[in-house]
Design a protein around this ligand. Sequence first.
Ligand SMILES: [Zn+2]
Length: 229
Amino acid sequence: MGIPGAMSQATGLVKNANSTWLIGKPLKEDLENALARPVRLENDANCFALSEAVDGTGKGARVVFGVILGTGVGGGIVIDGKVLTGANAIAGEWGHNPLPAPTAADLPHPPCYCGRTGCIETYLSGPGLARDHEKTTGQRLTAEEVVSLQGQTLARYVERLARALASVINVLDPDVIVLGGGMSNVARLYTEVPRLWGRHVFSDRVATRLVPPAHGDSSGVRGAAWLWE
Ligand SMILES: [Zn+2]
């Protein structure tokens, strides 16, 4: 099962879920009791990255960074076909880092449910895109409607995504970055973001490929099944 958030290795309780009602709950234990069978639980972005790394657009790549750009922003890392969970079960969780190299247009930093301000998620989630559009135009639209306008709000989104992914490349240097979640359906991300991220990457050239998912924006449900491989 893929969930937004992670299971605390210290307590066995859910943490970091943007579905905040899961936080502090023994979800795995509750499910195992209700189903009378073992359950494997992983972060949804980790499941997504696994699905695409095993037999999706990341197939054959050694290091895959899977990104969820949906109601929240998450990330997962798969190396040699295996999920990297990490010492704190947060490997790849870039969504609550601050947006790098902020400009005047990024201010004031939006508040985040996590208690911080200016988190990447507050700019790059679907609701974040809609909020940015309302802030600058006064128009209340859904993220889908903002995308269909193909205007300045989406241009700002593209440039922010380039900055945010450049910081991932500088740390992890993945072969492939695969996008998931509703925003991964925006075709221009795959051409425009790689044109912009170079100025923030500490390298003469960027060989990392930015690709759409092979198994759709909800590819993570497949990855959850791969947890039993
Ligand atoms: Zn946050």
